[in-house]
Design a protein around this ligand. Structure first.
Ligand code: HEM
Length: 126
């Protein structure tokens, strides 16, 4: 598969992942039972697997790696933070306040990852 198509798959899965995460946060705040539906539990895993697989393939194709290229280390660190905050927001957060705070923090981290992707710099100044 060509680089451009793979990048399109990566960016599309990024957009769907973000949309699903945001929706699940809204359903969490509304205490909606939609959150318990099977597709809502499974689809994010499928989308996130595509996101990560395409990310790794892109990095390999452009011969960049997280040890030598700090923007990639920043993306991976950001992704781990985003996952941790997402788990707190949607599953492990004990109080409503914790869950909503974690959801907002995850939104900020997500924005940071997108800006790192666009600037190719962990400080966002290229
Ligand atoms: C939630 C996590 C992620 C988000 C939001 C995200 C976002 C993006 C975006 C918006 C682009 C397009 C940039 C452009 O148009 O120039 C991109 C490209 C890319 N991403 Fe990600 N990404 C994520 C995770 C990752 C991870 C974990 C890696 C590394 C293993 C990665 C590696 C790449 C690579 C190599 C490109 C192509 C860069 C280029 O061709 O200019 N991404 N990402």
């Amino acid at each position: 598969m060509g680089y451009a198509s793979l990048k399109m798959i990566h960016v599309t899965s990024v957009a769907i992942s973000y949309l699903l995460f945001s929706l699940r946060g809204i359903w969490m705040m509304q205490e909606s039972t939609v959150l318990q539906q099977r597709w809502v539990k499974i689809t994010p895993h499928v989308v996130d697997t595509v996101l990560l697989t395409s990310a790794i393939a892109l990095a390999i194709m452009i011969h960049q790696d997280p040890i030598n290229n700090s923007w990639l280390s920043a993306k991976i660190t950001g992704l781990l933070l985003y996952i941790g905050l997402g788990m707190t927001a949607l599953k492990y957060g004990k109080t409503r306040k914790t869950r909503i705070s974690a959801w907002i923090a995850a939104q900020v981290v997500f924005l940071y990852i997108v800006l790192v992707a666009l600037t190719k710099s962990p400080t966002l100044f290229s």
